[in-house]
Design a protein around this ligand. Structure first.
Ligand code: 3EB
Length: 358
């Protein structure tokens, strides 16, 4: 079966990073990993997918195509506030790509984009998350890009249900079970955000690499994987940030960050205070990352990209203004209407941060 499938592939795919490739054998493409992330205006994804260094193109909201023949395209059904932009990941040409029983991927030899979307059966988010993560883990383990750097999780109605029945908590259980045995010290950076589209589909996409990154924790925050029992039966499986493999031309990968200090949510009902606390968290996180890589800029700037998730659509203009005041147009950003995994959190931000690529 595996052999038959391989025979149907382009021979170039023999070097791909999929589940049947082993780490032994010829090394992946020479050179160090390189990744740029841009928010670009375009009439549609096709024009952007024409470049053979593109690892992934993301469209946001209801106005973009839901699907595309090219496995590198993914629609994230979160409505953007003030842009029609696509997010484009560029790696190193040539990128090869494929689809394996619904799991889509693209790989440049050093970096791999992957995505799997699992429909919940009768609202069973735990089982959908377990299934998504077991596919991710089976695809990644033993491949030529075995190191998970960053994962994004988008699920519907994230805070529906109460106590341990809350959907986010059930998601955390399914995620950990799907990952199987893991060492918390190698967990990827991540985002887990709620969609508002009513489609009960667990959407998981990721960035993996041939060489390992270095996880970074935030000195102002308890590591999420050590959150106390009050937040659910399974602590969330992610690192606060991931430094890219040494020597790469890649930014620091920032996990979803909110007004959480220690393990507690701060400033309930005060959106702007939560925004300030979030940036204080980023300052501490970047400070911790700079102890590993002092060349990282201290402050957010032209090599930073922020994705800003705002719970209440009415607050979007307020957040846009606050970001304009803080950064002017120095920091490219995408503002999205999305639910945060704790009721009391009104805003969460993820992104990447580095020196501008030359
Ligand atoms: C927090 O600090 C906010 O479960 O993957 C942020 C990033 C959050 C990732 C996840 C959750 C996740 O706990 C929530």
């Amino acid at each position: 079966m595996a052999t038959a499938r391989r025979e149907m592939h382009n021979p170039a795919e023999d070097t791909h990073a999929g589940p049947r490739a082993t780490v032994r054998g010829a090394p992946a493409a020479a050179g160090l990993p390189r990744l740029s992330i841009e928010y670009v205006d375009a009439p549609g994804p096709s024009a952007l997918l024409g470049c053979d260094d593109v690892l992934a193109v993301f469209g946001f909201g209801g106005a973009v195509p839901a699907t595309h023949d090219d496995p590198r395209y993914l629609r994230v059904p979160l409505e953007p506030h003030d842009s029609t932009g696509f997010e484009v990941w560029r790696g190193s040409a040539p990128v090869i790509r494929g689809c394996d029983d619904g799991l889509r991927w693209a790989c440049d030899g050093q970096l791999l984009f992957g995505v799997v979307e699992v429909a919940e059966r009768e609202g069973d988010i735990q089982e959908a998350a377990r299934h998504a993560y077991s596919r991710l883990a089976a695809f990644t383990t033993g491949s030529r890009t075995p190191h998970l750097l960053r994962v994004w999780n988008y699920v519907d109605a994230i805070t529906l249900g109460s106590g341990d029945d809350e959907r986010y908590r059930a998601f955390c259980v399914g995620r950990a079970r799907g990952l199987g045995d893991f060492d918390v010290r190698t967990l990827p950076a991540a985002t887990a955000i709620g969609r508002c589209d009513g489609e009960r589909v667990v959407q998981v996409y990721w960035l993996a690499s041939a060489a390992p990154g270095t996880p970074v924790e935030n000195p102002r925050q308890v590591s999420a994987y050590r959150y106390p029992r009050q937040y659910g039966p399974q602590a969330p499986s992610f690192a606060r940030a991931m430094l890219p493999p040494a020597g790469s031309a890649m930014p620091l990968l920032l996990s979803g960050t909110a007004a959480v200090v220690g393990h507690a949510s701060m400033h309930d009902g005060e959106l702007l205070a939560q925004l300030e606390e979030t940036f204080a968290n980023f300052d501490a996180l970047v400070g911790a990352a700079r102890r590993h890589d002092p060349s990282l800029p201290t402050r957010f700037g032209a090599g930073t990209r922020l994705k800003v998730y705002v719970r209440d659509a009415h607050d979007l203009p307020l957040v846009a203004d606050a970001l304009d005041q803080r950064f002017g147009d120095a920091v490219p950003r995408l503002l999205l209407h999305a639910a945060i995994c704790r009721h009391e959190l009104a805003v969460e931000i993820d992104g990447v941060h580095g020196a501008p690529l030359v």
